[in-house]
Each structure stands twice: as C-alpha cells, then as structure tokens.
Design a protein around this ligand. Structure first.
Ligand SMILES: *Cc1c(COP(=O)(O)O)cnc(C)c1O
Length: 424
C-alpha cells in the first residue's frame, strides 16, 4: 500500500497512525453531548471524548468556576503551600469516597495517579520494614501509557517496543463468566508468594482492555483474598468513577474499601486535567516521620492546580445538587431497551452493560486491535454524525450524562447499519 503524503500540521497525535488517518476532524466547539466541527457538522459524542466528560460539554457551572478561579489564583507551588480549592476538594473527596480513604495526593492524569499508587505501595512496605516489591495485576488490564503503568497493564502491540524497560508483574486471568473461581484461585496463589506488595485492578469493568465486565461479588472476593495475605488493594477507578458504572464509584457496588484508589478522567467533569490518589491512613502514616528519607518523593509541576481543583469542586456540587444518579439510571434503562435488539442479532456477540457503558462485539474472523474493522467503523460512524471509536471489533457507548434518548437512538441505529455497510 502506498503511503499517503504527510499532513502539513506539525502535530503528532496520540494513538494515531498518521499514514492511515491523514486528516484530523477539526472541532471548533462543544456543548452538552455534541461536538461541532469547523466545517459545520455536529457529532454526538458517544464516548464522552475519551471517557472524561460526565455531565456534558462546557457545563455552565463548571465553566464559571474555572473562569472565576483563573482570575483569583492561577497556580502555586504545592510543596509547602496550599489553597482553598484544594483543601475543599480533598475534604469533599474523603467524604464521598469509600470510608477509610483518608488522604488525598494530587496529580494530573490517570497514568500519574497510578504511578503514585504504585510508589505509595512500595514506600509503605519499605518504611514499615517488610521487603515487598512485587505487583499482581489482572489480565487485559490497562492503567496508562507511562513505563510504570504499561508494566502493570496488558502486554501487546501497544508496548512491544518498550518491553525491555517494563518491570515484571504476576498476572491473574480475567474472571470470565463461569471461570471466576480460576481467577480467585490464581490471585490467592499469586498473593501467597513472597514479596507481593499490591494487587492493582480496574473495578467491575476493564476499559481499554475491551470493555470486559465482571460481577461485584468477584471484586469483593478479590479484596478478601488480598486482606488475607496483607496485600495492598489498589483500585484503578480512573475510568469507572464519577457515575460511569451506575454508582458514584464502582467499588461501592462490591462494598469494597480499597487501600489505595486512583481517580481522574471525570473528576473535573472532563474539563481540565486533574487526578487524585487516595489512601488509607496507615499508608500516609508509614511516611510520616521526622526522617526526611521517608518523605513521599513525588510531584508534578501542576500538582493540585487551583483552576483544575475549582472545576472539580463545581463538578462535585453538581453531584450533590442535581439528580445525577437518576439521570444515569435512565441511560442504563434505555441501553437495555436497545441492547435487547442486538442480543437477538446474530451479527453481534457478548452484548453487555455496566451502568452507563454498553458494549457489543461484532462477530468477525479476525478480532485483534490491528484488524482494520475498527478504523472502518470509526469512519462510518463519523459520516453518520456519531463519534464512536471501537476497540478492535468491540463497539462501546460511553455517553455524557446529558445524552438524550434521541441521541442514543441515533447511535444504536448507526451501529445496526454499520455492520452491513462496513461489510464484515
Ligand atoms: C485512561 C485510563 C488511565 C490513564 O489515564 P490518563 O489520564 O490517560 O493518563 C489509567 N487507568 C484506566 C483504568 C484508564 O481508563
């Protein structure tokens, strides 16, 4: 195949093969569940702009909070300094998250929140004088794209070139329906080996791994196994938090209190980059010392940026003042209605849903990420005015909570037509 001429833009886009996608969709503005392109087209944002938008684009209340905060205090070093937006946010987070997550460490992306979680876990064991460094992770997991987070995530085409730099982890099989006990047995065996510091897991649904879902009871069992072996339980709720799974946090559904939890994506409603890693007091206390060597040595320049914190505070106010959970429940109910049709349709398999996220697999002979069905579907959906970005042959819908039933109908109708048009 001939390589097309390069674009004139100097920008190198993420997860984008420029030789296969020479032209980017230029977006001029956004409102509610819609993106508006510079050439005047409207796209329904069916994936919440990569899983970050919760209430809707450019929500007036969050935009106002950003604008007001930007005029008051834009940024300040967070070592040795603090500010009201961060203090308020941290207290609110401690109140809202599962009881027992008493400390909040700020950073600015999901990946860094996971890096911080891993460093907290290793620091904890070192400072209490136990030699535990190994990490256990779930098969198909995704935790970010930095070297550390790639190490705990699934290996594959995405990280093959960097493999020599990735550290080794123990991996437990994904708990497919009917095979949950094998997962639990493997976790028990892995945690029973020496030197295990922590187990990291995406609660209830593995996102980038293909929207793979499992039951809350399995998550609960995993937590109990970790407790028996005194292995720290890290919940990567970067995608699952902020209502995505039907509750504010996915861990709630299993009545699990993680030892360490990572939250990012929807924490500002999707407007600004911000992340937090929250932990139990024991982990903070292990670092609390007059010995400077026990300092938690991590920071990023923009730690707890005041404008991002103000956006997060406005987001949490919306959660408190508006019936967001009801809105989410309605999306779930409507998904079920439309999924019924797909469940009876032989072209689709593994029709599934957790909260606001619905996913189906298209039956295809080759279902790897590199199979070109994903990009062809993406293009078809774009032409239909819908932004969906399939993961290989998995099509998923992860909408902002302001999505209407008309929008969802347009999305489902496009999915129904896509398979025939794209010609699997
Ligand atoms: C997106 C994601 C990350 C990485 O977050 P970034 O903000 O993209 O760095 C980590 N874990 C999970 C579960 C995610 O979905």
């Amino acid at each position: 195949m001939q390589i097309p001429a390069k674009s004139s833009s100097p920008i190198w886009h993420p997860f984008t093969q420029h030789a296969l996608l020479p032209k980017m969709t230029a977006v001029a503005s956004a409102q509610n569940a819609y993106l508006y392109t510079i050439d005047g087209r409207r796209l329904i944002d069916g994936i919440a702009s990569w899983w970050v938008i919760t209430h809707g684009h450019c929500h007036a209340r969050i935009v106002r909070a950003i604008s007001e905060q930007a005029q008051r205090l834009d940024q300040v070093i967070f070592a040795g300094h603090t500010h009201e937006p961060a203090e308020r946010l941290a207290r609110k987070l401690v109140e809202l998250t599962p009881k027992g997550l008493d400390y909040v460490f700020f950073s600015d992306s999901g990946s860094t929140s996971v890096e911080v979680a891993l460093k907290m876990a290793l620091g904890y064991w070192r400072h209490i004088g136990e030699a535990r460094q190994r990490i256990v992770a779930l098969e198909h997991g995704y935790h970010g794209d930095t070297i550390g987070t790639m190490s705990v995530g699934a290996r594959g085409v995405f990280n093959a070139p960097y493999e020599p730099l990735l550290f080794e982890v123990d991996r437990v099989p994904f708990p497919h329906v009917g095979r949950e006990q094998a997962t639990l047995d493997a976790l028990d065996a892995a945690c029973g080996r020496s030197a295990v510091a922590a187990f990291i897991v995406e609660p209830l649904i593995l996102g980038a791994g293909g929207m793979l879902m499992y039951a809350p009871r399995v998550l609960k069992e995993m937590k109990l196994i970790c407790e028996r072996h005194r292995v720290l339980f890290i919940a990567d709720e970067v995608m699952t938090a902020w209502g995505r799974t039907g509750t504010l946090f996915a861990s709630e559904q299993a009545k699990v209190v993680p030892d360490i939890a990572c939250y990012a994506k929807g924490i500002t409603g999707g407007t600004l980059p911000l992340a937090v890693t929250m932990c139990r007091a024991e982990i903070f206390d292990a670092h609390y010392s007059t010995d400077r060597r026990r300092t938690f040595f991590h920071s990023s320049s923009y730690t707890a940026n005041p404008i991002a914190c103000a956006a997060a505070n406005a987001n949490l106010e919306l959660w408190e003042e508006e019936p967001v959970l009801e809105r989410i429940a309605r999306i779930g109910t409507y998904h079920e209605r439309r999924l019924l049709g797909l469940r009876e349709d032989a072209r689709f398999a593994n029709v599934r849903r957790t909260g606001t996220i619905a996913a189906v697999d298209i039956r295809v002979p080759d279902n790897g990420y590199l199979a070109d069905i994903g990009p062809r579907l993406y293009e078809f959906f774009g032409e239909r005015g819908v932004l969906l970005r399939p993961l290989g042959n998995t099509i998923y819908i992860l909408p902002p909570y302001c999505v209407t039933t008309e929008d969802l109908d347009a999305i489902y109708d496009a999915i129904g037509d896509a398979v025939d048009v794209v010609g699997v």
